[in-house]
Design a protein around this ligand. Structure first.
Ligand code: ARG
Length: 569
């Protein structure tokens, strides 16, 4: 099913061709001011600028060829030459009627599906997960869901940091002061403790420093004992990560951590050197980017003078592997802004290596505490995702109990989980990913404003209408548009299909979140103006259909953000 925008754009393209302006863009945008209609086109203004002509004159020429009978009122020229469209109620009713029986709510899958590798979450073993991992995890999962919904093939890969200098310290600590019980109950906590304690010792004790470094070298050389410790540390950490992913309903197709690429690093360096792409400088093997002004004085080291490899080496091996194994059209990395230089370098290197896939670094800002500083716990530590989720569910439980004290305990737990997790995810996804945002429990759990509970509550209210309905409802009745509130709701519902693809243009789930918020608002306006259960006959049936589509759109849209809707709350 074509979207409203596509239908108008197609008519506009015809008119432009017929008027002899085939080089103008047939672009349609939602009207910036609802008083002037639903959609607008600025083609006349673009043409006028190009040809030094009068835009209103050109607009009227276009309009003469514009056939939108049955779709829109006669288009009007406004301002400096906008062409405005006000859609006809009959047309809107018919289009909205199609949504009633369409699981995809009007969004057809992409005509040219892509294969996309999505690299997100990627926490580090034996290091505290930081707020950046929380953002990456939630953002990445939502982008995966949206891309899949749009018909793309997504391969999600959790590139965990399971190799690195931290393991020298962890192994030293493991051998000298491991607490086995703590390892069983809180593996990551215990590994982080070992890491920190050794770190502290190293500051004053040269022998510890030396021994820890030797442990690392032994691990890298395949020493069986150290390898076994490393493997266990990774598996125990993964078990904890997995618990969080399960709770969040986040799944990965692959989990190829840094260690997976160990054996590829040496040969890759040799290959790059042999091809003349890498050169030795002060003993280290480096990639220079002299042809790229921004990177001209920023070479990337891929092999240190002592033979050690770096983060960049692993990422290049990773790209090589991904290209060979999947031949993707794109690879997306959801990683915080501090790694921007790293990605510029490895993308530039990959291009030199002949990689043609579209490589994207999807950056994001920080999460701030209510004091507007980088979020930390009271003791100054990084805030763990596990604690955040636990607290979210706890707070949601209190809210649900207040609102609905008679719910059976099990149902209450389930609802608290849906609301708590939804609130955290939505707080992230409703923000512009580039800006820092303040993490506020009260705000994100509020039933008012642009929050998950507000949207979930709108869904629940609609579902309760259907529970009150005697004789059931089969979802099928012609939609009628009689009042402005019904009209506004129909337009909004039909805009779901054109909103979802916008998210991927610049990786902004907040566009979908904002849409859902506006939809819920529009629905409330409709619900106040148009009685549903108290109306009769065809009007009542039509309003029920609109309610049903709204509930399905809210649930589908929140689902694309990784958020569930409870039936009660
Ligand atoms: N483990 C890294 C970190 O915590 C993120 C990895 C992102 N993915 C990648 N291919 N570099 O900073």
């Amino acid at each position: 099913m074509a979207t409203l925008r596509e239908i108008l754009a197609e008519r506009l393209a015809h008119a432009l061709a017929a008027a002899g302006f085939s080089d103008a863009p047939a672009e349609i945008a939602p009207a910036s001011d609802a008083r002037f209609g639903d959609y607008q086109a600025n083609a006349a203004m673009i043409l006028a600028k190009k040809n030094r002509a009068n835009p209103r004159q050109i607009a009227s020429e276009i309009i003469q060829h514009l056939d939108v009978a049955g779709i829109s009122d006669p288009p009007e020229i406004a301002g400096a030459g906008f062409i405005n469209f006000r859609l006809r109620p009959g047309f809107l009713a018919r289009q909205a009627g199609h949504l009633a029986s369409d699981d995809r709510l009007g969004r057809t899958p992409a005509a040219q599906p892509q294969r996309i590798i999505l690299d997100f979450s990627a926490p580090n073993v034996a290091k505290p997960m930081h707020v950046g991992h929380i953002r990456s995890t939630i953002l990445g999962d939502s982008l995966a869901r949206i891309a899949r919904f749009l018909g793309h093939e997504v391969i999600s890969d959790n590139h965990i940091g399971d190799w690195g200098t931290q393991f020298g310290k962890v192994i030293y600590g493991w051998k000298h002061f491991l607490n086995p019980e703590a390892l069983e109950t809180d593996a990551i906590g215990e590994l982080v403790r070992l890491y920190r304690e050794v770190n502290a010792l190293e500051a004053t004790d040269e022998t510890v420093k030396k021994t820890a470094r030797e442990e690392l070298v032994k691990l890298q050389q395949g020493d069986p004992e150290n390898h076994a410790i490393w493997l266990r540390a990774v598996e125990l950490s993964w078990r904890e990560f997995q618990k969080l992913y399960d709770l969040l309903d986040i799944h990965f197709d692959e989990r190829l951590g840094e260690s997976f690429y160990n054996s590829a690093l040496g040969p890759l360096c040799e290959k790059l050197a042999a091809a003349g792409l890498a050169e030795v400088s002060e003993g280290a093997l480096c990639l220079f980017f002299r042809d790229i002004p921004a990177l001209a004085d920023k070479p990337a080291i891929i092999r240190k003078s002592d033979g050690g490899f770096l983060y960049a080496t692993t990422d290049l091996a990773t790209i090589e592997h991904r290209v060979q194994r999947w031949d993707p059209s794109a690879i997306w990395y959801v990683v915080g802004a501090p790694q921007a230089l790293h990605f510029q370098q490895i993308f530039a290197a990959a291009r030199k290596m002949g990689v043609t896939a579209d490589l994207r670094h999807i950056v994001f800002g920080s999460i701030l505490g209510e004091d507007r500083k980088i979020m930390r716990t009271r003791s100054g530590e990084n805030v763990g995702l596990a604690e955040v989720l636990r607290e979210a569910i706890e707070r949601a439980r209190v809210l649900v109990t207040e609102k609905n004290p008679d719910l059976p305990a099990e149902e209450r737990e389930e609802i608290a989980r849906i609301i708590g997790l939804g609130a955290v995810k939505y707080a992230e996804l409703s923000q512009n990913r580039l800006t820092d945002y303040v993490f506020s429990w009260d705000k994100m759990l509020s039933f008012q404003g642009n929050t998950a509970p507000y949207l979930q509550n709108a869904y629940v209210r609609i579902r309760s209408i259907f529970r009150k309905l005697e004789g059931g409802f089969d979802g099928k009745a012609p939609v009628q548009i009689e009042s402005p509130a019904e009209r506004a709701l129909a337009v909004k519902l039909l805009q779901f299909a054109e909103t979802v693809p916008l998210v991927l243009e610049d990786f902004r789930p907040n566009l979908l979140a904002n849409y859902l918020y506006e939809l819920a608002d529009t629905f409330h306006g409709f619900y106040e103006a148009c009685p549903v259960l108290k109306s009769e006959g065809a009007t009542r049936a039509s309003r029920l259909v609109l309610c049903d589509i709204t509930a399905r759109t809210l649930s589908k849209g929140l689902g694309l953000l990784g958020i569930r809707c409870p039936e009660k709350m």
